[in-house]
Design a protein around this ligand. Structure first.
Ligand code: MN
Length: 276
């Protein structure tokens, strides 16, 4: 875009760039915005983790035909990686697309992106600490999203839930006639605001989102959010009032667990790949 014209005037450089961007935007096939520049090839280990993460989430019952996992690009924090619109269990490295943080694809090459990719872009914008995101409709979580019964950690493994799991209400931003999908940046931003500094947010009438500082950590959190919902529902069905981890216990356990995510990852990876 930055084409020197040879006149030597410093402002000319910027004007040429602006004109070039305007022309590119006007002819962009996606309707308005020019395709963002690529950050270049991502670390192959990151791509491999992202592909394996897709497979694990299906094998562990977190996603089915729906749901997705993304990773922030290792070469540029303003880009993220997410599969094209497809069932996670079938994702290969060739299906991974690159997006800017407005969730515009860098190089679609005819591939269709997920309608709800705005979940990912908006959270990466709001949370510089987040390196990976899972969105799912994992079934045991939804009763907590719809009833206002708090989802809280039943044991140390789910300590990342802290003392409160926020619930996103789409009607506040989207009105009472949406299809429930996070299909634009305004809804994505509202979801990111509800998430705040937390690791997990529930979505009323929809599912949940988990975030983490690595692909392995976010897969761990997505799996154990589902497990925790199951065992909390079991405790509630016994008629009891569960005693949850308190804030200090949750914080201490979370610090410990962050060093242990490799153990279940290796197990889940082998199991998922054997079952494919
Ligand atoms: Mn969804």
């Amino acid at each position: 875009m930055m084409l020197p014209c040879g006149c030597g005037l410093p402002h000319c450089f910027g004007r040429r760039a602006l004109i070039a961007m305007t022309i590119a935007g006007a002819i962009a096939p996606s309707g308005g915005k020019a395709a963002p520049a690529s950050a270049g090839p991502a670390d192959p280990t990151l791509i491999d983790d992202l592909v394996v993460g897709n497979h694990i989430l299906f094998d562990q019952g977190v996603v089915d035909g729906f749901g997705h996992i993304s990773a922030r690009h290792d070469k540029d924090p303003a880009r993220y990686l997410l599969a094209r619109s497809m069932a996670p269990a079938l994702v290969t490295a060739n299906d991974i697309m690159e997006f800017d943080l407005d969730s515009t694809p860098v190089d679609p090459r005819g591939r269709t992106p997920y309608l709800e990719r705005f979940i990912h872009g908006a959270i990466y914008q709001a949370r510089p600490d987040v390196q990976a995101i899972v969105h799912s409709h994992s079934p045991s979580v939804i009763p907590f999203a719809n009833t206002k019964i708090a989802l809280r950690p039943m044991n140390h493994i789910a300590s990342f839930l802290g003392t409160d799991t926020p619930v996103f209400e789409i009607r506040t931003t989207g009105g009472d006639a949406t299809d429930m999908l996070i299909r634009n940046n305004a809804l994505g931003k509202a979801l990111a605001t509800t998430l705040g500094p937390q690791a997990v947010a529930l979505m009323r009438g929809h599912g949940s989102v988990a975030v983490g500082q690595s692909v392995k950590l976010v897969v761990f959190r997505a799996v154990y959010t589902e497990v925790n919902a199951r065992i909390e529902a079991e405790a509630l069905s016994m008629g009891g009032k569960p005693e949850f981890l308190n804030a200090k216990e949750a914080a201490a356990a979370t610090q410990t667990n962050e060093h242990l995510v490799g153990r279940p990852w290796e197990l889940w990876k082998r199991h998922a790949e054997q079952n494919r």
